[in-house]
Structure formats: C-alpha cells, structure tokens
Design a protein around this ligand. Structure first.
Ligand SMILES: NC(=O)c1ccc[n+]([C@@H]2O[C@H](COP(=O)([O-])OP(=O)(O)OC[C@H]3O[C@@H](n4cnc5c(N)ncnc54)[C@H](O)[C@@H]3O)[C@@H](O)[C@H]2O)c1
Length: 373
C-alpha cells in the first residue's frame, strides 16, 4: 500500500503522524511511504531521517494525490478540503460531532475517514486518545507548579515544600487517565495529593497502584467545595463520555480559594469543569479570575510535540500496519474496535453520534461496506 504522511498546517500544531521508526516498519513490510517535505520538522525529525529509512520525500500535492492511506494528526482544515477525494483513506483525529463543515466536506468528497478518537479496544477503551490524556495529565501538574511561582502570578509556593516546611496541596477532580497521570507527577514533586472520584471501582484501582500516596475521596458537591477551598492547585480531569464536562466548581468556590492559587482545567476541550474557565492557547495559556490563575489550554500535548508524536504513533502504528496489510475492509472485518473508527465512507456517515449531531442520515458500516471474511 502507498502510505502518505502529510505536514500539519493547523496553527500551533507541531506533531507528525508517523516517526521514522514507524516508517521503517512499514517499508520493511513492503509498503511505500511518502512523507511530505518538512512534515516531521516540528517534532525534530528531519526529512533526511525519513529518507534514510526508505521513505520518499514529496511535495504537498503528491502526498495527497498519490497516497492510498493518508496519515495525519489533526482534522483537515478548509484549505485542505479540495484535496479530499474518493479512493483515499484518511486516518487522523477528526472530532466530527463538533464540526459540521468538515463532516459535509468529507461526505461530499467520497473520501473514507477513520477517526483516531472513536477507535475502541475490545473492552471499550479509547486506545488512540489515551496517550494524549497521559501527556496532558503529566503536564497539568508541571504547569500548576510553574504558575504557583510568584513571578508568574502565583502564591509563591513550592509544591514539594522542604524539610520543616509543609508541601503544597494538589486536588485532582476525576481520577481517570488524566487524573492518575497528574497525580504521579504531583506526588513526584512532593505535593500532598487528593483525588476526588465518583467511581468506586476506579478508586479501588487507584488505591492499588498508588498505594497510600494519595487521599482518595468520593466526589460530591460538598466534598468538592471543602477540598477546593484548601487546595493550592486544582486539576480538573473529569470526563462523561460523549457529553460536555459538568461544571463541578462554581465561581463562588473559585472565589473562596487562596489568592494566587492555580486551577488547570484539562477538561476544557469538553467545555471545562470550572464555571470560570474559558479556552486558552499555548501562546497565551493563563488568565486570572477571582485572584486565581486559570490554565485552560485545549491542546496541551501540542506543547511537547517530540513526546506527543512518539506516544501517538506508538498507539496508531499497529492499526496502520493492519490497514496496510489487509486493506481497510479486511482490517475492519478482523477488528470491530477499528471498525468503530470509520466515521465516513462512500459519501455516508457511518458513526451514529456524528450523524445525529448534524442531522445527517446514519448508515451502519455493514450497509455501506461489505467487510471481507
Ligand atoms: N486539554 C487537553 O489538551 C486534553 C488532553 C487530553 C484529554 N483531555 C480531557 O481531559 C478529560 C479527562 O480525560 P481522561 O482521558 O482522563 O478521561 P477518563 O474517562 O479516563 O477519566 C475521567 C474520570 O472522571 C471521573 N468522573 C466523572 N464524573 C466525575 C465527577 N463528578 N467527580 C469526579 N470524577 C468524575 C470518571 O469516573 C473517570 O474516572 C477529558 O475531558 C478529556 O477530553 C484534555
């Protein structure tokens, strides 16, 4: 199969969809790999490194027009819409429920679009979202520690304390992938860490893996109110799949925090779980409300493209290899979790939530596509 790797043109996006190591695996398996010139530059992968492992460096027109399978990180942006075409399979983050224009562009073009974020494991987990949550969680505690420093508008508190001086208090709301990873880094910095969760099973798991290094409490409005008031740093890490994040922390609770405290609302990409949050960017990451610094960057992993590119491609490569080896129909027939990734095919929407979001007809995959085997 001819596999293309496009350069991302969305502002502030430095990741690339395939590392040279991944390219080598595909070349060794007998596939042809086309890499758009400069595609890896933002992640410190020069064109020559791809060329050395057997990839062909090409221009933007060639990578879009000659590939059978095109790998990207972010969804196509409007200047790329005219490049979408029948016969091309696109594998990337799409988040179509939030983007009607893109959904219609995909449908009208006849392209096949497989979304990273809706691929599932047999157990219903989201394997291509998890690496980005791991990164965002770890960054959340780092960013919080940084913005607690006085010169950056914070209280002037070292999260770890020193012998004889108490550590700072970190409160994490939501103990999923983001929350667990935020806790790991906060514990490592020496902070006193509390996680609020509402799933008892998840709390049991956290108790096992963190073995007494955090306080685990059932999440309730009352508990959130008292824990927020005591915290120096609050990390918002809740997720209710398919829904906007619940506004668990009200403006009054934020106003009750100590002056110069920090909130990091990782759930901002789902609307945020603080009433006072609004989306920010890496260029301008924080704002202050009620004397509390708010960090609400919607694409936190974009700040660490070298790590994020490797983590993303570690997760996507097995799926790319499967599609390349068997064709999309064969790969989907062999893996129903990958089938969940197919959002648009043959001019039809094959993912129910996306169809519902835009009032478009929903065509179950089996109707538009007869999987082999
Ligand atoms: N800003 C970014 O760059 C970025 C990057 C990655 C993920 N995220 C976002 O971070 C959020 C968390 O992602 P995740 O992968 O950790 O999800 P997850 O499903 O692994 O974890 C979410 C956790 O929240 C818990 N929860 C739900 N309601 C709760 C409540 N009322 N109180 C306490 N806990 C509650 C769930 O039980 C679950 O354990 C999502 O909104 C995700 O989109 C943002």
């Amino acid at each position: 199969m001819r596999i293309g790797v496009a350069k991302e043109i969305k502002p502030d996006e430095y990741r690339v969809a395939l590392t040279p190591a991944g390219a080598l695996e595909l070349v060794r398996a007998g596939h042809e790999v086309l890499v758009e010139a400069g595609a890896g530059a933002g992640s410190a992968f020069a064109d020559e490194v791809y060329a050395r492992v057997g990839a062909r460096i090409v221009g933007v027109d060639e990578v879009w027009s000659e590939s059978d399978l095109l790998l990207k990180v972010k969804e196509p942006v409007p200047p790329e819409y005219p490049r979408l075409r029948e016969g091309l399979t696109l594998f990337t983050y799409l988040h179509l429920a939030a983007d009607e224009g893109l959904t219609r562009a995909l449908v009208d073009s006849g392209v096949t679009a497989v979304a990273y974020e809706t691929v599932e494991t047999a157990g219903g987990a989201l394997p291509l979202l998890a690496p980005m949550s791991e990164i965002a969680g770890r960054l959340a505690s780092q960013a919080g520690a940084y913005f607690l420093e006085k010169p950056f508008g914070g209280r002037g508190l070292l999260l770890g304390g020193v012998p004889g001086v108490a550590p700072g208090r970190v409160l994490i709301i939501g103990g999923g992938i983001v929350g667990y990873n935020a806790a790991i880094i906060a514990i490592g910095l020496g902070a006193q860490v509390t996680i609020l969760e509402r799933s008892i099973d998840r709390m049991r798991h956290l108790e096992e893996v963190l073995s007494g290094r955090v306080t685990l409490l059932m999440s309730s409005s009352l508990q959130i109110e008292s824990s927020v008031a005591e915290a120096d740093l609050v990390v918002g890490a809740v997720l209710i799949p398919g829904a906007l994040a619940p506004k668990l922390v009200t403006r009054e609770m934020v106003a009750g925090m100590k002056q110069g405290s920090v909130v990091v609302d990782v759930a901002i990409d789902q609307g945020g779980c603080f009433e006072t949050s609004r989306p920010t960017t890496h260029t301008d990451p924080v704002f202050v409300v009620e004397d509390v610094t708010h960090y609400c960057v919607t694409n936190m992993p974009g700040g660490v493209p070298i790590t994020a590119t490797k983590a993303l491609t570690n997760a996507t490569l097995p799926y790319v290899e499967a599609i390349a080896a068997r064709g999309l129909d064969g790969a989907v027939a062999a893996d129903r979790g990958l089938a969940k990734g197919v959002n648009v095919l043959g001019g039809r929407v094959a993912y129910e939530a996306v169809a519902a979001a835009h009032g478009l007809p929903y065509s179950p995959l089996d109707e538009v596509f007869a999987p082999a085997g």
